[in-house]
Design a protein around this ligand. Structure first.
Ligand code: NAP
Length: 301
């Protein structure tokens, strides 16, 4: 396809873990012209076919960035925005609608409040779920919801093993390690689901939910896999209150893990949605042991 005939897809969060996989997969398909949005285009000039300024806190930048685009991939970043992410998402959806975008894909998460009957409060999940209705109401010709899993990559980042009181390297978390409740995946592969949905709006352009899930595990299984690969890792369950007090942000993580244990990460039997996501992506996502063999490392402090 000549480059001028290709549909333009604008990717929000293109410099991040979700968006960079989306850029990779869209470019790899050869079917799209990829426009990466970032707050600092000069720093990321080589990222995509076009790199433009887009700031979710400055909606006027978004309409220009979405102008002429067929599709938009939208993700917000709770870590920076907190509960402001609802406002950011709403302005981006309005800007996309005003720019005439035909297909919007929103990276959402389950509504913990609804699933747990209000027992657990996890704003970075539920806040995203509440945006779903805004996407639906906007009336795009096509829209899709993708669900990012717990990133495998977390286990070498903010959830990496730490030195424990007994000298071992491992995890001390407020979750029963025997409960299989973790829907996980290689976050780079969310891009395959997103690119597939843009290529097949017939299959997934009517508000379908597409979770990326490479594996469904308990912490005992994670530890067993890693030990089998030669990593000496330990796991200890700690009381929720102790974990919540241990560091800033601990309380929300503890709530989230309580929700996972009670309802699983996705919160319901999602096998049909996972099967559709894999079909749309045209691949089965990588399982944890394959990923960890190549990517897991322990950094001793
Ligand atoms: P990331 O790797 O931390 O990157 C953040 C991205 O957000 C960057 O590309 C940044 O772009 C962009 N961004 C931040 N503020 C922006 C703004 N005001 N305007 C425009 N762009 C902005 O993020 P990620 O992991 O891809 O996605 C984060 C989201 O994933 C969070 O909301 C989190 O809740 C969700 N999530 C995480 C997990 C997990 O297991 N970690 C699981 C599911 C969902 P520039 O800096 O280039 O402007």
């Amino acid at each position: 396809m000549a480059s001028n005939d290709k549909k333009v897809i604008a990717v929000v969060g293109a410099t991040g873990q979700q968006g960079s996989g989306v850029v990779r997969a869209l470019r790899g398909s050869g079917q799209f012209k990829v426009r990466a949005l970032t707050r600092d285009p000069r720093k990321h000039a080589e990222l995509a076919d076009e790199v433009v300024k887009g700031d979710l806190d400055h909606p006027q930048t978004l309409e220009a960035a979405f102008n002429g685009a067929y599709g938009v991939f939208l993700v917000t970043n709770f870590r920076e925005a907190g509960i402001r992410e609802f406002k950011q998402a709403k302005s981006a959806i309005t800007a996309a609608k005003n720019a005439g975008v035909k297909h919007l894909i929103w990276s959402t998460l389950p509504n913990v409040e609804a699933i747990s009957g209000g027992k657990f409060e996890v704003p970075h999940f539920t806040g995203k779920a509440k945006v779903d209705q805004v996407v639906t109401d906007a009336g795009f010709p096509h829209h899709t919801f993708v669900i990012a899993p717990g990133y495998y990559q977390n286990l070498v980042a903010f959830l990496a093993p730490h030195k424990q009181a007994d000298g071992s390297m491992g995890w001390a978390l407020p979750i029963d390690a025997s409960v299989r409740c973790l829907h996980m995946g290689d976050i780079d592969q969310l891009g395959d689901v997103v690119a597939g949905a843009f290529m097949h709006p017939d299959l997934a352009g009517h508000g379908e939910y597409l979770p990326l899930v490479g594996d469904f595990l308990s912490f005992n299984e994670i530890v067993e896999i890693l030990k089998g690969q030669g990593h000496d890792v330990s796991y200890m369950q700690v009381p929720k209150e102790q974990f919540a007090r241990a560091f800033p942000g601990g309380a929300e993580l503890a709530e989230m893990m309580g929700y996972w244990q009670a309802h699983t990460y996705l919160g319901s039997d999602s096998r049909d949605q996972i099967a559709l996501a894999n079909k749309v992506a045209g691949r089965k996502p990588t399982d944890f042991s394959t990923w960890s063999l190549e990517n897991f490392k322990i950094h001793t402090e």
